[in-house]
Design a protein around this ligand. Structure first.
Ligand code: SF4
Length: 427
């Protein structure tokens, strides 16, 4: 934190990393340190890294090198998170510009390091950023699923739920501070409460949504075979829960799913999608797929495209397969050439762009409730329940009224539809 008690935090990777960064920001600001938006103005730059797949590792290292190349006299660089956990020794050797490395779940160590290294001056703590109207809440860490391609269990350890009282209290504090959308995240959100008798994700949803106030609750990272009738009914029957389910399927074809060590099959997934749509007719379904898994044939890829056409996911993300050290799939090789993985990726995303545009067009003329994330002059960046923050599109609203303010809910009529975004007018 140098002598001026300022810090900047750069977060790479998924929303779970974002939660960790928010926790570190909260710990440091409570100690009187000041967060700044530009790394050049910071006494300490913290980089929360991602080590999930090759591209993420590359991005993390490039960002560290970029920050290191601009390191000012007296500035400190602290690297933490998944990449630092996984490759601590190599990184220490290769990146001497970095002053300290910490793994995952090391908030207290980071705090201790910073408190030791940088006394807080009297003026610190001023100028806190206005909060975003949405916030992530981590409800568990680690994962026991053992998907063959995934390094997460090795990095983050066994699944462990956070205590419900802690989560509900955090939710209440966030709502009290003006947050209007809570996003529950974990590596495997559906396993929440597996250590507790008779208390799981549905009970947690009920407890959080019992908090008084006008807010949305959103669920991300649901494991497909654990999305059961009860969870679907809980989402369907609770006005505060976004009619939005994020269920990464990773593939549709049985042979590949078997190699991935994922539960379920094409038929099971089709039935799941159909069951959800029949119980929650206005649901937005998000999923993600891995392309170019070892031995994935062109025929299997085409079958995946057919599955995507049939299921008509409103939102879809895709990754090209990345062979990771220490995973069960490592021994399967990596026989699909990178160019072919990229080709499959683009073909799938082209298909999805068309599906998404069609779904967006079907909303023309409808009136939806949106949350205003940002305002800039007469333009507001908003989202309806079917759009998760940071990963999905937005509703752009041009307005002249003062009733449109950041963190408020407004009703808008959808007037224009694009591949991923919508435009609307206040009604
Ligand atoms: S569910 Fe599978 S892909 Fe997700 S974190 Fe766990 S092991 Fe990794």
């Amino acid at each position: 934190m140098g002598l001026d008690g300022t810090f900047h935090i750069l977060t790479l990777g998924c929303p779970k990393n974002r939660v960790d960064s928010e926790t570190v920001i909260s710990l440091l600001t409570r100690r009187g340190l000041r967060h700044v938006d530009d790394s050049a103005d910071a006494g300490t730059v913290l980089i929360n890294t991602c080590g999930f797949i090759q591209d993420a590792k590359k991005e993390s290292i490039e960002e560290i090198l970029d920050i290191a190349s601009r390191k000012a006299d007296g500035q400190r660089i602290v690297v933490f998170g998944c990449l630092a956990q996984r490759y601590a020794e190599e990184l220490k050797r290769e990146l001497p510009e970095v002053d300290a490395f910490f793994g995952v779940n090391s908030h207290d160590d980071i705090l201790g390091y910073i408190e030791t290294e940088s006394p807080v001056p009297a003026h610190a703590g001023q100028g806190a950023r206005p909060p975003a109207p949405y916030a992530y809440i981590k409800i568990a860490d680690g994962c026991n699923r053992g998907c063959s391609f995934c390094a997460i269990p090795a990095i983050r350890g066994r699944f462990a739920s956070l205590p419900p009282e802690h989560i509900v209290q955090q939710a209440a504090e966030l709502i009290d501070s003006g947050v209007r959308e809570l996003v529950l995240v974990a590596q495997d959100t559906t396993s929440y409460g597996r250590e507790f008798r008779g208390y799981g994700l549905c009970e947690l949803i009920e407890d959080i949504t019992s908090i008084p106030g006008d807010f949305w609750l959103r669920l991300l990272y649901l494991y497909p075979s654990a999305v059961d009738e009860r969870l679907i009914e809980t989402v369907a029957g609770n006005d505060k829960v976004c009619k939005y389910l994020d269920i990464p399927l990773q593939h549709s074809e049985d042979r590949i799913l078997g190699l991935m060590r994922r539960k379920g099959s094409r038929n099971v997934y089709s039935a799941l999608v159909g069951g959800i749509r029949s119980k929650i007719p206005d649901v937005t379904l998000r999923t993600s797929f891995i392309l170019g898994f070892p031995s994935e044939s062109d025929k299997e890829f085409r079958a995946l495209l057919d599955f995507v056409r049939e299921a008509g996911f409103e939102r879809l993300g895709a990754f090209t397969y990345s062979r990771e050290d220490g995973t069960a799939a490592y021994g399967l090789g990596d026989d699909v050439p990178e160019e072919e993985k990229e080709r499959r990726y683009h073909e799938l995303m082209m298909l999805q762009a068309g599906i998404s545009l069609e779904k967006n067009r079907s909303m023309l003329g409808s009136v939806v409730r949106v949350l205003v994330d940002e305002t800039d002059g007469d333009v507001a960046i908003c989202r309806y329940q079917g759009q998760a923050p940071e990963i999905d599109g937005v509703v752009i609203v041009e307005h002249t009224g003062s009733s449109v303010r950041k963190g408020g809910f407004i009703e808008v009529e959808i007037t224009e539809a694009y591949d991923y975004d919508l435009k609307g007018e206040p009604v």
